[in-house]
Design a protein around this ligand. Sequence first.
Ligand SMILES: [Zn+2]
Length: 265
Amino acid sequence: MREERSPAIVLRTRAHAESDKIVTCLSRDWGKISAIAKGAKRSRRRFVNVLEPFSHIQLRVRPSRSEELLFLLGAELIQAFRRPSDDLERFALASYIVELADVMTAGREAGQDLYQLVLDGLSALEVRAELSPLFAPLFALQILRQVGYAPDFSTCQRCGTSLAEQAQDGAGIALSSQLGGLLCPGCHGQGGTLLRLSPQTVAVLRAYHDPPVGISPRTRQEVPALVTRLLSQHLTRPLKSLAFLEQVGAWGMRPEAGAPEPPRN
Ligand SMILES: [Zn+2]
């Protein structure tokens, strides 16, 4: 039977039977797949250090009778992301990246863009000297966009008005959880429960990126609150890594990071 290869990122592993391991990966070429590594627990040499979460590996597999589970023939390390293992905050962020990618994708539908997004997220944790306090919620927003669940941040979901100018003068744009999108001030009454957003938050959401300096404390609270509401519509249970992120202060608001609030006018 033929061997197939693809680069992949290890999302999680679990023991199977006495000596096997099942590894779930996000692969570049086949989406999310699981493969069984026969004897992986007994013969450590065969898969030394490669079947660990966050590892970027070259997978060698062969199809099995079950569509769901492939046979893992071998795996070579392309890159180990080492920094998360010496830094609790980066470890929590890397755990969040892989868990979110895992729960938001069902099997082989995940495309190459999602693989690249996860790889870029882990690479950022490895190489960036400073991390944005909004790293995790903005990553989640990018995943939502990738799988087609991110709302349109540029127009009012009720009347279709462009929100671009209103965001600049701060005229009270809000998220309606009910409609899964933003509302202009004129439509607030028709959106059910609202989460009011500051102009800076709307700008950050639209760019999918935070400004290089001066993220206000308000934006640090609003972006994670909004992402939490959007994710809750697609998740059946809270992510395990979210509690960990909150513990290390990496879910948005990090008071000790102390960025000064920009002057109000
Ligand atoms: Zn409107």
